[in-house]
Write a protein that binds this ligand. Structure first.
Ligand SMILES: *Cc1c(COP(=O)(O)O)cnc(C)c1O
Length: 362
């Protein structure tokens, strides 16, 4: 069976380096924050070209802390995409604000700026675009909207570490960026980990305070915060992997290009565009004509694993079903999207097996 993701070749390739890093942390006796986390924060800030990078417990916490740092809370609305992992909406709920879903663009699976504009009210405080599957959202248009309406922008870059728009990394174009280092992400730790980035000194200070129980100085708590500190073992692992992430993303892009070339002529299947700066966290095609589940089963029978991200758009989750909201593009994407195997060490013969199975199955 070809899985959708295989982390083992990466672990094999980095085995000695990761072991040395883990042993260094064990010997240091410092397991939460400390020099290892500070070193990672410096290195990742330099990689991303931002003034501040603050390590936190998870990508979900990164979103929550970014929203809190902006002072977003009860009475505020945040406009985001329904076609994302629930954590995006959940973060907005967690700070007590209201989630407003706007529909997506069919080609990119990302927020449609026109739909976002239509969703803005006098209570809107922020836009929360997601760079889904590693493809940067339409940030030019979204930043323009934010500017015209006086809104903050928090980017959910959980799936897009290393993605770029022009020279700028995804996650660094808005006011704050939130990244996840969940093990399956393009830059993955070996446990939960996340990061908030910003160029704003005040916002960075707020995030640092919030991650440590709302205290700038230990035992001098100023606000109700969180226990959301990055641990040193994860920081050490991330320091080993950070120098490789561009090369890994480059391979993902070339695997995607090769899949596209081999699948472009398959009827009833739409391949994703290898757009500028896309880092293919997922390689996601559309299976047209309500055939996805059949194709999925046929691929499984041929030994090819697939995943559906996401079978239910957020606005149709039980939590929001009462709103009765219809967003046709997000619903169509949820019915048609199928993610195929992709990882940086996925070799050509295995790609060929996937390609042959799809040509057969569709
Ligand atoms: C993974 C993910 C998150 C949450 O990150 P965690 O580190 O798992 O908390 C948030 N948003 C999106 C789009 C994600 O893919």
């Amino acid at each position: 069976m070809i899985p959708v993701l295989d982390l083992s070749p990466e672990i094999d390739a980095l085995w000695d380096e990761v072991n040395a890093a883990v042993q260094r942390v064990l010997r240091s006796g410092q397991f939460i924050l400390g020099p290892e986390v500070e070193a990672f924060e410096r290195e990742v800030a330099e990689y991303l070209g931002v003034r501040h990078a603050v390590g936190v417990n998870s990508g979900t916490d990164a979103l929550v802390l970014a929203l809190r740092a902006l002072g977003i809370g009860p009475g505020d609305e945040v406009v985001t995409t329904p076609f994302t992992f629930f954590a995006t909406a959940e973060a907005v709920e967690s700070v007590g604000a209201e989630v407003v879903f706007a529909d997506i663009e069919p080609d990119s699976f990302n927020l449609d700026p026109a739909a976002v504009e239509a969703a803005i009210t006098e209570r809107t405080r922020a836009l929360l675009p997601v760079h889904l599957f590693g493809r940067p959202a339409a940030m030019g248009a979204l930043l323009g909207l934010a500017e015209r309406h006086g809104l903050a922008v928090v980017e959910d870059a959980a799936q897009a570490f290393g993605a770029r728009l022009g020279e700028r990394p995804a996650g660094t174009l808005g006011d704050l960026g939130a990244y996840s280092f969940f093990p399956t992400k393009n830059l993955g730790a070996y446990g939960d980990a996340g990061l908030v980035t910003t160029d704003d000194d005040g916002a960075a200070e707020a995030v640092r305070m919030l991650r440590a129980h709302g205290a700038k100085r230990k035992y001098h708590n100023e606000v109700v915060g969180y226990n959301s500190r990055l641990d040193a073992l994860q920081a050490a692992v991330l320091r080993v992997k950070l120098p490789h992430v561009d090369a890994y993303n480059e391979v993902r892009r070339s695997v995607a290009a090769r899949y596209n070339e081999a699948l472009a002529d398959v009827e009833g299947l739409v391949v994703p565009e290898v757009s500028e700066g896309h880092v293919f966290h997922q390689y996601t095609v559309r299976i047209l004509g309500e055939h996805r589940e059949m194709v999925r089963a046929a691929l499984k029978a041929r030994g090819v694993g697939t995943m559906v991200y996401y079978p239910v758009p957020c606005h149709r989750l039980p939590l929001y079903a009462g709103r009765g909201l219809r967003l046709p593009e997000a619903e169509r994407a949820a019915a048609e999207a199928l993610s195929l195997p992709i990882w940086p060490q996925l070799d050509a013969p295995t790609q060929d097996c996937v390609i042959a199975a799809i040509r057969d199955a569709v």
